[in-house]
Design a binder for this molecule. Structure first.
Ligand code: ADP
Ligand code: MG
Length: 279
């Protein structure tokens, strides 16, 4: 291992790393009562081991569909998806998921909620209690292990969701707009905490958002999707140093990246993708 790698393990060229996720030629068409809806078209995307990739795109462009495909909850209409070198053919333990809503079981304690993926695999939960407590410590909730979800704030519930997503020690963590239901302040804090968790756990992350700020703050690379059917219109490396703290937004480079991305999305009530539409 070179000194450069020890000093900056994530910046030394991802080409040397094994891809954790490879999506190629992905197309998804939903059959509907009136015909069909093409949600994604010709999507290519690779995520290296330990890499943080955000997907930014307008509402309805197929972001959640992309995540369902990678998680194995939905089969592609065209193309292939491999995780850790294996073709995705259904839900698998190597992939963890964090949803937009924390979706915790209200009648189970925080600790029991973190153990849900273990029970889902039919493993003995008792043997994983220590691991679950470690994860609760990682997300700063070890003293809430015996509380119930309704005793926690929205941000805390979402942190339980992150701990649960990490329970099977997945090599790939999928996050579908996980902070969008939170207030702006909590959201910023969660982004900072997630960065710390990611730096500690070294997971590859596919993080979906429609917040440009969130995308820049978190990503090694940002994948911009067009309006439906979602196509990759740009892959933008984010060259800002880490950790990116709250004041990153005042750096000139941040402003450049923001302006560049902002240009894709003109606000008239909702996001529209002017550049992609013109292409
Ligand atoms: P996003 O997450 O980017 O908002 P989605 O992936 O949820 O977008 O949806 C992409 C498009 O596919 C939308 O137009 C949506 O209405 C449609 N869609 C999603 N799920 C289904 C489904 N099960 N059946 C039919 N159409 C769907
Ligand atoms: Mg969605």
């Amino acid at each position: 291992m070179t000194a450069a790698r020890i000093l900056s393990p994530r910046r030394d060229g991802e080409a040397a790393k094994t891809p954790q996720l490879v999506i190629s030629g992905l197309g998804v068409t939903y059959a509907t009562r009136g015909g069909s809806v093409k949600a994604l078209d010709g999507v290519d995307l690779t995520i290296a081991e330990g890499e943080f990739v955000t997907v930014l795109g307008p509402s309805g462009c197929g972001k959640s569909t992309l995540l369902k495909i990678v998680s194995g909850l939905l089969a592609p209409s065209a193309g292939t998806v491999t995780v850790g070198g294996r073709t995705v053919q259904g839900p698998q333990a190597e992939v963890g998921i964090v949803f937009q809503q924390a979706t915790l079981l209200p009648w189970r304690t925080v600790l029991e909620n973190v153990l849900v993926p273990i029970r889902a695999l039919g493993k003995p939960a008792e043997a994983y209690r220590d691991k679950a407590m470690d994860l609760l410590r990682l997300v700063g909730l070890e003293s809430f292990a015996d509380n119930y979800p309704n005793e926690l704030s929205g941000g805390m519930q979402q942190r339980v969701g992150i701990a649960r997503g990490l329970m099977n020690d997945p090599q790939l963590l999928l996050m579908d707009e996980p902070f969008s239901a939170l207030d702006a302040m909590t959201r910023e804090r969660m982004a900072a905490e997630l960065q710390t968790i990611w730096m500690e756990t070294q997971k590859a992350v596919l993080f979906i958002t429609h917040s440009i700020q969130e995308a820049i703050t978190l990503a090694d690379r940002i994948v911009v999707l067009s309006e439906r059917p979602g196509r990759v219109v740009e892959v933008l490396p984010v060259d800002l140093p880490r950790p990116r703290l709250a004041d990153v937004v005042s750096s000139p480079r941040y402003s450049e990246l923001y302006a560049h991305l902002r240009d894709y999305f003109r606000v008239d009530g909702k996001l529209t993708n002017s550049k992609a539409a013109a292409a």
